[in-house]
Design a protein around this ligand. Structure first.
Ligand code: NI
Length: 158
């Protein structure tokens, strides 16, 4: 069960009950942003055959791209004055500055500082984003979720 308004705000009530880091008496809000990027999954110490065997089409030496969808969920207590946990426009600006501006229209293997020397997988990307933890006002970062395709999602709870 969720509500998705024009600002991309999700209230995922049913999701909270299965979330491993769910805390009672907290409000959870999620901002959705999108970016696209190129990458290649491979290990230099493996042969081309082994890379293709393990990573499939994502091992293509000439790169390939994905349209990623990023969901950043923050949690905290409601501000009784505003009825907000956190201003979602401000959350959007923070995500764009700290994450989207670094990865959008880039090659994750060669253009992105925090991915240097690491596997350019969606899992690593999600974990690196959470390491630069968002702590703003009364809200703290709860989860980073990245959809690489319509069928593949990664969630990281730190
Ligand atoms: Ni890929």
């Amino acid at each position: 069960m969720f509500v998705n308004n024009a600002d991309g705000i999700f209230f995922t009530a049913s999701y909270l009950y299965i979330c491993p880091k769910f805390e009672w008496n907290m409000i959870y809000i999620t901002r959705r942003e999108t970016f696209n990027a190129a990458h290649r999954l491979f290990r230099e110490d493996w042969t081309d055959d082994k890379n293709t065997q393990v990573f499939g089409k994502c091992a293509n030496p000439n790169w390939h791209g994905h349209n990623y969808t990023l969901y950043v969920t923050v949690k905290g207590e409601l501000n009784p004055e505003t009825g907000f946990l956190f201003d979602l426009k401000e959350l959007s600006a923070i995500i764009r500055e700290r994450i989207i501006s670094k990865v959008d229209h880039r090659n994750l293997n060669v253009d992105v500082d925090f991915m240097k020397g690491r596997m350019a997988s969606t899992e690593v990307l999600a974990m690196d984003e959470l390491e630069d933890s968002i702590r703003i006002g009364g809200a703290t970062l709860h989860c980073v979720k990245i959809a690489e395709t319509e069928n593949n999602f990664v969630e990281y709870f730190g």
